[in-house]
Design a protein around this ligand. Structure first.
Ligand SMILES: NC(=O)c1ccc[n+]([C@@H]2O[C@H](COP(=O)([O-])OP(=O)(O)OC[C@H]3O[C@@H](n4cnc5c(N)ncnc54)[C@H](OP(=O)(O)O)[C@@H]3O)[C@@H](O)[C@H]2O)c1
Length: 259
């Protein structure tokens, strides 16, 4: 595989694993993150491909703009919108700046980066967009007992990635451009420890397995790839139920709301 991939959040965890796997396949890379040295170290691992590092804070419009400028008019074949932060806190405890950071990194940045590369992909009739969400995207209906530490903004950001991917998939279905949304469960990366949570005793999937699932899911033509969900029909059931509710409406006041 040759081509050019943009990987955000490539300085650790799942993003770094994507970068390594794509570089090993001969794909040139534009890798994005705030930790410059990590990105440089990553680039030095792969002298056989071109690796362009972009130090950018994706929670800022300046950072997003820097990535878009680095991409320019180059023919991007793969976009991996992976960067993310956790900030697990009750909604009322979450400082405004952390809420804004979550929305910036998980909502605005993937939206604008996808808008920057998708037209070129469509014009060339090929391309792959991957949005990294997580199983928490499905946790909205959970009670406080089921998910004690509610992560309203984080969970909503992942749900955005899911719906964005589903709707983009439909919109681009005849264009030759594919979309995947990746929904891992708990993964053994720096993600939790960076916010002071020790999950080392929790069973976790490796970033390598998560990326293996994503790359295999792309080969299988999957829109939603959930590495830890054995029974894929569970996902189909969720989406069929969504569609049933969506289609179950009428422009008539439902009887339970009348008099
Ligand atoms: N770990 C899990 O259990 C888990 C589960 C489900 C989904 N996910 C998702 O997987 C993705 C990758 O997470 P990970 O587990 O690999 O965690 P990680 O090791 O902490 O990696 C997160 C990456 O995102 C980058 N990033 C964070 N904030 C950024 C910002 N403002 N600007 C630019 N880059 C930023 C980080 O780079 P810098 O710090 O260098 O900027 C880092 O490369 C995230 O989107 C996360 O939501 C993780």
């Amino acid at each position: 595989m040759s081509g050019l991939a943009v990987v955000t959040g490539a300085s650790s965890g799942i993003g770094r694993e994507y970068a390594r796997r794509l570089a090993a396949r001969g794909t040139d890379l534009i890798v994005v993150g705030r930790r410059e040295e990590r990105l440089r170290d990553l680039a030095s691992e792969f002298p056989a491909v071109e690796v362009h590092t972009v130090v950018a804070d994706l929670s800022t419009s300046d950072g997003i703009g820097r990535v878009i400028a680095a991409v320019g008019t180059q023919p991007v074949t793969v976009l991996i919108n992976n960067a993310g932060v956790a900030h697990y806190k009750a909604f009322t405890d979450l400082p405004d700046e952390q809420a804004a950071e979550l929305v910036g990194v998980k909502v605005l940045a993937p939206t604008l980066l996808t808008r920057a590369v998708a037209p070129g992909m469509v014009a060339r009739g090929s391309g792959q967009i991957v949005n990294v969400a997580g199983m928490i995207a499905f946790s909205g209906p959970a009670t406080l007992e089921q998910v004690p530490l509610r992560r309203a903004v984080y969970a909503s950001g992942l749900a955005y990635a899911l719906t964005l991917s589903q709707t983009l998939h439909a919109e681009l279905s005849r264009s030759g451009v594919s979309v995947q949304v990746l929904c891992p469960g708990v993964v053994a990366t720096e993600f939790h420890e960076r916010q002071g949570l020790d999950l080392s005793a929790t069973p976790r999937m490796s970033a390598a397995d998560v990326v293996t699932a994503s790359l295999r899911g792309i080969e299988l033509g999957e829109l939603v790839t959930a590495p830890g969900v054995e029974h894929a029909e569970l996902l189909a059931d969720v989406f069929n139920a969504d569609l049933a509710a969506f289609g179950g409406q009428a422009p008539v006041l439902a009887s339970r709301y009348r008099g």
